[in-house]
Design a protein around this ligand. Structure first.
Ligand code: ADP
Length: 327
């Protein structure tokens, strides 16, 4: 009835399209010429004379169909990209997590092996020395004083190592309690160094102080004292007669800097990378001789970290070692 209004659409496409009156009053979708998408609804009406007419409304939905197709395509690609990225990301994340778990498991195993090894050595020595004593029950204590002394020294080393291991275990469980109080750090160091100055003098070494922090600082006295003792202990252990050990404090950018500098045997470049690791010793024999456990610097590191500070170690020019603590 309105073919004029349809213009070329009628002549080009609809002319060959068979009128379908099977679906009445329901919206349907159809393809015209196998190419164009239409949605339609057909209504049947009768006039007063009983003639039947059909009114068919057709709306072209090519735009919508194309949009939906594109949307589906985009969703499909999007999903594929998201899926690929998620698979890749989960692989990378789980690999990282597993790697670090594996790493800490390996470290733990290595640590237990080291502990076992370190504990076995003094125990073997103590056992051997005591067996020697049993073999000569008639000899005097004076004759065997060297064996007894070695046993006592090794027992002391064992006790020290166990105490240090307990402290490290507490730090591993994040259970170190820090009890801070306002402290005159220069005064605290002056008190700590008294026995070390005597010890240095006996070994013909010089202990010099340059204490210029001149302020109070909020620290856990026991823990920072322990760090200073570890550093002084090392400075005395790894220096020779004639060497100098200097302990310095300064106020830099409102931070307290404590430096222990010695002119001793120094540490190799490679060693500098490992000294804060548990049980690391440059020269195991020398460290054993001086009662070292290889745990001192890792404890110092832990105690400074719980204060929110940092500790660094470097070679000193022309020779020796410098440890810098910043709190
Ligand atoms: P140790 O009980 O063996 O001294 P530490 O953890 O305190 O253990 O030190 C680890 C290693 O670092 C030492 O065995 C030593 O080789 C090296 N080291 C530490 N301090 C010094 C120093 N002042 N001079 C030279 N070497 C040092």
């Amino acid at each position: 009835m309105n073919k004029e209004n349809l213009g070329s659409i009628y002549d080009d496409y609809l002319i060959d399209t068979k009128f379908d009156n099977s679906k009445i009053n329901t919206i349907y979708q159809t393809k015209i010429n196998n190419k164009f998408n239409y949605r339609g609804i057909t209504t049947k009406i009768k006039d007063d004379f009983g003639n039947v007419f059909y009114i068919q409304l057709l709306a072209n939905v090519d735009g919508e169909v194309t949009t939906i197709k594109n949307l589906l395509k985009t969703l499909l690609w999007g999903n594929m990209i998201v899926a690929t990225v998620s698979i890749f990301a989960s692989y990378v994340i789980s690999k990282k997590t597993l790697d670090s778990l594996y790493d800490s498991y390996n470290k733990q195993t290595e640590f237990v092996q080291n502990v076992a090894h370190e504990l076995r050595t003094p125990l073997t020595i103590i056992q051997a020395k005591q067996q020697l004593l049993l073999e000569e029950p008639d000899s005097k204590i004076l004759d065997k004083s060297e064996d007894i002394n070695i046993s006592i020294k090794e027992t002391r080393r064992l006790t020290k190592m166990i105490k240090e291991l307990m402290l490290l275990a507490t730090s591993d469980m994040n259970e170190i309690k820090v009890e801070k109080e306002e402290t005159d750090i220069d005064e605290m160091i002056r008190e700590i160094i008294v026995p070390y100055a005597e010890c240095a003098k006996l070994e013909n070494k010089e202990l010099v102080t340059e204490l210029e922090y001149n302020k109070k600082i909020n620290i856990d006295i026991n823990k920072i004292s322990q760090v200073i003792i570890i550093l002084l202990d090392n400075a005395i252990k790894y220096t020779k007669p004639g060497d100098t050990i200097t302990i310095k404090t300064t106020n830099r950018d409102n931070k307290c800097i404590i430096e222990v500098i010695d002119t001793g045997i120094g540490i190799s470049k490679e060693g500098l990378k490992h000294v804060f690791e548990r049980f690391y010793r440059e020269d195991k024999a020398r460290s054993r001789e001086t009662g070292g456990t290889g745990l001192g610097l890792s404890i110092a590191y832990t105690l400074i970290k719980v204060h929110g500070g940092n500790i660094k170690i470097m070679q000193e020019n022309p020779k020796g070692t410098r440890v810098i603590v910043k709190i």
